[in-house]
Design a protein around this ligand. Structure first.
Ligand code: PYC
Length: 317
């Protein structure tokens, strides 16, 4: 891309940022949002990196590119991406997108559908400002998968789809709170490496790029404290919408949560999503609910002579 400008609205959902790209992104070939996600990675991966990485963003930033959808019932199409690549869906990001669409005057309170690479989701902007997202069909793919990780301990967990691929396990004694973050990142990286070495994948050999750890909640509500390592080495500041969806799918498969019952996920910062599901045979349609806030808006500039117009790769420094 030569010199160019990208218009954005920044939001955060339960502490996790979403940079909503509103205008200025180059044309993407393809009709479906999944095809246009592939075109984004093929033709404009440098711009993806420049939008989210330092010096314009930071490693933990997720972006949501707003596009017109060719599906009549959808208010927009959305491609989510982070510092290392594209995501199938993003729950916290979808909540941020709804708040951004409202700010742009494109939607009012009530329901609207969005097309994502993982499928169509139905969102509701409630009068109190919270947003519900009925996510794509989610399911448990493999149960009780045991792995021996680098430090020699065994971790057993489930593989599930919630719009992204997750491996979900109990935290082996590391407390899910801000001071445990570095240790949790290391542990989840070990788990991801062990999954790769053991050839454990999602459907059709898809890599499992999200690792989710749980700890019990010290309160009456049914739920967990959770930590999610995203693709790359960043952790989700929110309780992770697709991770909550994958957890609900596992609870349904185990018969541990009934359709319609409420489930709470609390992230490492203490912020929470409430959720429930509708069963569809062995799979489910999850709904997660949370809030997002507008935190900024403006234009990103990408000057041709800027040595960092496509960002700084902090992972490989
Ligand atoms: O909320 O689904 C989510 C998510 C995925 C990656 C970061 N957040």
């Amino acid at each position: 891309m030569a010199t160019g400008k990208i218009r954005y609205i920044d939001t955060h959902t339960a502490g996790e940022p979403t940079r909503v790209v509103v205008d200025g992104f180059p044309h993407l070939d393809g009709e479906s949002i999944a095809d246009r996600r592939d075109a984004l990675i093929r033709d404009h991966d440098d711009l993806r990196a420049g939008i989210v990485r330092e010096p314009r963003g930071h490693e933990a930033m997720v972006a949501a590119l707003l596009l017109e959808s060719s599906v009549k019932e959808c208010a927009a199409g959305v491609i989510f991406f982070n510092n290392v690549g594209a995501l199938g869906m993003c729950g916290h990001g979808a909540i941020g997108v709804v708040k951004a669409l409202h700010r742009l005057g494109k939607i009012d309170t009530g329901s609207c559908k969005l097309e994502t690479p993982a499928g169509i989701i139905k969102t509701t902007l409630h009068p109190d400002g919270e947003v519900s997202v009925r996510n794509v069909r989610s399911y448990r793919f493999a149960a009780d998968v045991s792995l021996t990780i680098d430090r020699g301990i065994e971790i057993t967990g489930d593989v599930a789809w919630g719009g992204n691929w997750f491996f979900i396990a109990e935290s082996p004694g590391i407390s899910i709170e801000p001071r445990g973050i570095d240790e949790l990142i290391e542990l989840c990286c070990e788990i991801r490496r062990a999954l790769q070495s053991a050839g454990v994948t999602g459907a059709s050999g898809a890599p499992i790029d999200h690792i989710e750890l749980h700890e019990s909640l010290e309160e009456e509500d049914a739920g967990v404290r959770c930590f999610v390592l995203c693709p790359g080495k960043e952790w989700d500041r929110s309780p992770c919408g697709t991770g909550t969806s994958a957890t609900l799918a596992c609870l349904h498969a185990r018969g541990q949560l009934a359709e319609g019952d409420s489930w709470t996920q609390v992230g490492p910062l203490g912020t929470r999503f409430s959720s429930s599901y509708i069963a569809d045979g062995t799979a489910i349609y999850p709904t997660i609910r949370g809030n997002a806030y507008i935190s900024g808006e403006g234009w990103l500039h990408f000057d041709e002579d800027d040595p960092f117009r496509y960002g700084i790769d902090c992972i490989d420094l």
